[in-house]
Write a protein of this length. Structure first.
Length: 679
């Protein structure tokens, strides 16, 4: 059978493997199946293409345009995901494994598409935080903005998730407005290549936004500059080599690393055998050992149980492992497929031998295990292997050896402080889980171990029905961890987008900051519109468009009427002497909510029009008491606009209530939904 020729996509054209191409084996049969790589790939031309063509095209779009692009990419991949499933079997993965990789990746694109629309502006500048007042009269202010880096994002990915690994980096990169050059691990790059073809054939992305290198990266990393980013996922050894290259260090090139990690799971002291928590713990550990044949960066490598329950834990995990069918990943009955390659299998066996110096193997014999529907002699199969270390304090290799396969070590702890000390000996991990129903236990672990772990996953009978599993990095939450785990922080919603943007402090007058951020800043010019703003459509309204209402005097009758009508007879509104005894009030004062209601009555335009609904208010502050006899006025300014769908968008209005002295008595931001067109 002829070998598949896995191509790269460079500067707008597909490039076949050439000199320097590497063979790729089928994980299940061990037979060569594909070739990838070409030493003649023009990496400088690829970078130039990304910087000169892809970057400007992406930066011309708004965050919302890019978010729509991500959604369309997700839909294109979803429609053709069977192609990716079919190819993925050769990586040794089962259908359940493909779903984590393929569907998980597509889901990540969808989440970023939605977060881009909901949490980012329909603009090219992302505003980070509030305006800072830098001068007494407010004519000189500061704020932070984020703009896309103007280079290329080079993504170097690990072999275990050829689709998710690409998409979890691609989503925040494209949303930021940066072009990407994706380099998957060679062992599984044929799946990534197929996914890239699907995305390119859908013709959603601008030219130059996405390129692909299959095989070696050549000297691309030596051609990067300060506007480029390297996003790396893989082993700590490769990360160290790449991130410490003199060119990377000399030019302060941003290097985001997600690397290996000695993740752990703790059985809480309360989760004794017989409790739902104990069963949950065993189920999660088993799943983490066998999913993707243990080739998951988040897999549980160290299992911590109270000393008294160690034996029960080993027995219960052993029962589940014994029922795990290993074999042909295509067979429906198979629960665990093959490792990715013979080389990976050898590596895992070498690491297992290191663990065996400090721990006894209590389950799984690599020399004697059953493989169903495939040849154990040629395929990269291994049984799950469970070790037990009786002296985890005296041991060291169990805390620093990552056997990237179905391998895990059980150890006992004396008390919770001991468990925390052991769990932290991993020197920084992606995730630690804790199975407990005791809030005090959870708090102690979160405080004692938090600094060493990117994520702490706590589960018990109350949350297990809906929990996502120890091993699932979710696009909403940061994925990464300190120390050995690489020090990276990917995903986490908009936080992940920031890896591909530069935060800049801009300082200037309110008008200047309004012009840059596209959001009205207090003190900036007010624009008098041609009509009441509530009669104007979303698109007609200008940022800074303002109305000032006439005054309304608040009377004692108003206060009493409001108190009787609402039932809010708080003493400060009813009893002058009591109000005077309160340090905040000069005497009886109007209800804050009365003022809000009067404000609405002052600024509203009653007729049916483009304002569809009042959806809430933010940042409400009552600044000064209002007494009977005071007259309030309102200023309403269009502060910010955000489209929500094809028919309407949200308008954020800055509202300020002042008294007859011109003093601000209340302020807030009013949110309304405004139609794009008149009915
Ligand atoms: P790896 O051997 O370190 O390779 C990672 C990537 O680096 C691959 O794309 C590899 O390409 C590339 N690479 C290696 N040497 C390079 C060089 N000199 N220049 C440019 N690129 C180079 O890791 P792996 O075996 O693929 O993945 C397994 C490891 O990844 C495990 O340790 C696992 O814990 C970790 N991992 C971490 C995460 C996370 O999110 N933290 C996720 C998944 C996996 P080639 O394949 O072409 O050599």
């Amino acid at each position: 059978m002829s070998l598949l020729q896995i191509e790269s996509f460079a500067a707008g054209r597909w490039v076949k493997p050439g000199d320097g191409a590497r063979p790729i084996e089928n994980a299940v049969t061990g037979a060569p199946m594909a070739m990838a790589g070409n030493d003649a790939l023009d990496v400088e031309a690829m970078l130039a293409h990304a910087r000169a063509v892809g970057g400007p095209a992406l930066r011309a779009l708004t965050f919302h345009d890019r978010a729509r692009m991500l959604k369309a990419l997700a839909q294109a991949l979803d429609a053709r995901k069977q192609v990716l499933y079919d190819l993925s079997y050769a990586t040794g993965a089962t259908l359940a494994d493909h779903k984590i990789d393929v569907d998980g990746g597509i889901g990540t694109l969808f989440v970023y598409a939605s977060k881009g629309r909901r949490e980012m502006p329909d603009a090219q500048v992302y505003i980070d935080g509030e305006v800072e007042q830098l001068s007494r009269r407010g004519t000189f202010l500061g704020r932070h903005i984020c703009t896309p880096l103007q280079g290329a994002a080079v993504h170097i990915n690990a072999f275990n998730f050829p689709v998710w690994g690409m998409l979890e980096k691609l989503a925040p990169t494209l949303l930021a407005g940066m072009p990407a050059i994706v380099k998957p691990a060679t062992a599984t790059c044929y799946v990534t290549e197929a996914a890239v073809r699907i995305m390119l054939e859908a013709e959603i992305l601008p030219e130059g936004a996405l390129q692909l290198v299959t095989g070696g990266l050549g000297d691309m990393l030596d051609c990067l500059d300060c506007q480029d980013v390297v996003g790396f996922t893989g082993s700590a050894a490769t990360a160290l080599k790449l991130r410490s290259a003199p060119h990377i260090l000399r030019n302060s090139i941003r290097f985001v690393a997600e690397q290996d990690s000695l993740n752990a799971s703790i059985l809480g002291p309360d989760a004794a055998p017989g409790t739902p928590e104990f069963d949950l713990f065993v189920k999660e550990v088993h799943r983490e050992m066998t999913t993707k044949a243990g080739q998951k960066c988040t897999a549980i490598r160290r299992i911590l149980a109270p000393q008294a329950h160690v034996e029960a834990v080993i027995d219960a995990i052993g029962v589940r492992l014994a029922a795990t069918v290993i074999g042909d990943p295509k067979a429906e009955t198979t629960r665990m497929g093959a490792l990715v390659s013979g080389a990976q299998k050898r590596d895992v066996l070498e690491k297992a031998a290191i663990l065996e110096q400090e721990a006894e193997r209590v389950y799984g014999d690599p020399e004697a295990f059953e493989v169903t529907g495939a040849d154990a002699a040629t395929g990269a199969f291994l049984p799950p292997m469970l070790f037990h270390c009786v002296d985890p304090d005296g041991a060291s290799r169990i805390h620093d050896t990552e056997a990237f396969g179905p391998v895990s070590t059980v150890m006992g702890y004396r008390d919770l402080d001991h468990a925390i000390a052991l769990v932290n000996r991993g020197q920084g991990s992606l995730v630690t889980s804790l199975i407990t129903r005791d809030g005090a236990v959870a708090r102690q672990v979160a405080l004692g171990a938090g600094a060493y772990h990117g994520r702490i996953y706590i589960n018990n009978r109350d949350s297990m029905g809906e929990s996502t599993g120890h091993g699932s990095p979710l696009p909403h939450m940061v994925h990464g961890g300190p120390g050995r785990a690489g020090g990276g922080e990917e995903l986490g919603g908009v936080r992940g987008v920031m890896h591909y943007m530069q935060r800049t402090a801009v300082q200037g007058s309110p008008d200047i900051l309004t012009a840059i951020g596209g959001e009205w800043v207090p003190g900036a010019a007010e624009i008098a519109g041609p009509a009441h703003p509530f009669t104007r459509t979303y698109h007609e309204l200008a940022i800074g468009e303002t109305i000032h209402t006439g005054p309304r005097t608040v009377t004692l009758e108003d206060i009493e009427h409001f108190a009787a009508f609402t039932g809010d007879t708080f003493y400060a509104h009813m009893d002058d002497a009591a109000a005077r005894r309160n340090p905040f009030f000069p005497g009886r004062v109007a209800h804050g909510y009365l003022l809000l209601s009067f404000a609405a009555g002052l600024f509203v335009e009653p007729n049916e029009g483009p304002v569809l609904a009042n959806t809430g208010l933010d940042g409400l502050r009552f600044l000064k008491p209002v007494e009977a006899g005071d007259a309030i006025k309102v200023r309403l300014v269009v502060q910010k606009k955000t489209p929500r769908n094809e028919a309407y968008g949200e308008v954020r209005w800055q509202v300020t209530l002042t008294n007859q002295e011109g003093e601000a008595v209340a302020e807030y931001q009013l949110l309304t939904m405004n139609a794009f067109a008149r009915a």
